[in-house]
Design a protein around this ligand. Sequence first.
Ligand code: NAD
Ligand code: AKB
Length: 319
Amino acid sequence: MKNILVIGACGQIGSELTLQLRKDFGIQNVVASDLCIKAGSALEEGPMETLDARDRNAIAEISKKYNIDTIINLAAILSANGEKNPSLAWDVNINALINTFEVAREMKMDRVLVPSSIAAFGPTTPRENTPQETILEPTTMYGITKVAGELLGDYYVKKYGLDVRGLRYPGIISHETLPGGGTTDYAVAIYYDAVKFNKYTCFVSAETRLPMMYMPDCIKATIDLLKADFDTLKHHANFNVGAMSFSVDELAESIKKYQPDFSIDYAPDYRQAIADSWPDSIDDSAARAEWDWKPAFDLDAMTQDMLKNIRIKHEKGLI
Ligand code: NAD
Ligand code: AKB
């Protein structure tokens, strides 16, 4: 693992993960790539390439140019946007993924990491403490692509000996880059609107409870799994990872501890049905046993850090 290509590096997770990878592996050894590169991005400190990952030759060319031995593929169309354009979600989430696996296989790369999601679960999955091995019958196109992606990853491990790793992230909450059109986006938007307007209208109901994770834990989980010894892994492309679970009501109460006159109201839309199809909480004992996963942030610790950082952005006129 010397030279890493991050695909989808400009998104919510990639924009922070890439910078941390460069701290760990060296700035010149981590290539950031995305469909369109934003001028002035912090990622410009190191190598950057425009890449549409649906183009297999383009992945191969960049991989050869930088002698890539590890790919992290974060390119995706998330759940809410995926319901607006299911064929695009399939195209990006599956075709770009199999391109990545094929290039990695042909070039005999060390490993590929690709995230899955709690969206791989569906209404028939046990909701509480959802097990590692369970029913996978999602009802969104995004979830269908995540199940297929997990199965493809495990297939490449078994058939070709390619080292593929993946985690079922819960909703990821962060303050650097806005989320890219998912159902859990409310858990980020609430903090921005709390700082800007002292109130928020939520697109899912007060009782909606989902598994969530703060970005520092997401980065840690991803890099810990990336670095784990292959021989200790019994699972490959589908690790459950949990950190916290809360309802929107509990999230609002957490904000009120630090901003007492904050208020919230509710206007559920099509994303309510998506949220209702996902688990309440996750059993991540396989990740804890196989690569020592342990989250650091709980709801109130996250709330304090989110409010602090978003207030700084607001004071600087950035939001
Ligand atoms: P995001 O939407 O913020 O970023 C995805 C990036 O992929 C964007 O920068 C986009 O421009 C890029 N992209 C889209 N199509 C592309 C293509 N054809 N070629 C190259 N790049 C392309 O997503 P994210 O939240 O950073 O998610 C990263 C991964 O983590 C995805 O696999 C997602 O399913 C998974 N995940 C995210 C969350 C979350 O809450 N953020 C939760 C569970 C799983
Ligand atoms: C979404 O809401 O689509 C993502 C996810 C949980 O995969 N944040």
